[in-house]
Design a protein around this ligand. Sequence first.
Ligand code: SF4
Length: 187
Amino acid sequence: MNENKSILLHICCAPDGSVPVPDLQAEGWNVTGFFYGSNIHPHEEYSRRLEAVRTLAGHCGIECVIGHYDPEEWLAGIRGLESEPEGGLRCRECFRIQLEASAREGVRIGCEWLSTTLTISPHKNVTLINELGQEIAGSFGLKWENRVWRKNNGFLRSVRASRDLGLYRQNYCGCVFSREAGRAVTG
Ligand code: SF4
């Protein structure tokens, strides 16, 4: 039914992409990935996640476009929201930045549809993510593929799939603030 429909899939990290990519392919979609990454701190962490995304893309046989790494630009985008808790307004803006970058790329390479792997996380507000995605896709003239990847054991499947592929799995969301919050919790 989805044969040859082209979709730009925003891949937030390789483990989170390990179910959406093959599932969309199995449905017949023509999938291109997009890794944003400028929210990820520090650079060594970005490099590890990028390598994992490349491993996933190679395994699935998809092209994955890599956004330019510009943490200063991301920090400017969330300015004033630095002290927000995880799940708050900073994350909302971060989703927006990532999805707008993905939509821009989708238009550039001629995809018709847009979606994200972000909704596989048990910790993220999937309703907000899909609402933002719908709004952003529409504003770029794209169609939004509304998915909640964590449904039907999606997260558990991604843990298994990334373990099988040997993908690096991080222990904090990505930005400097989430890293510091994680350190404060673990001491
Ligand atoms: S915690 Fe995650 S979603 Fe929230 S701002 Fe940081 S990187 Fe973005």
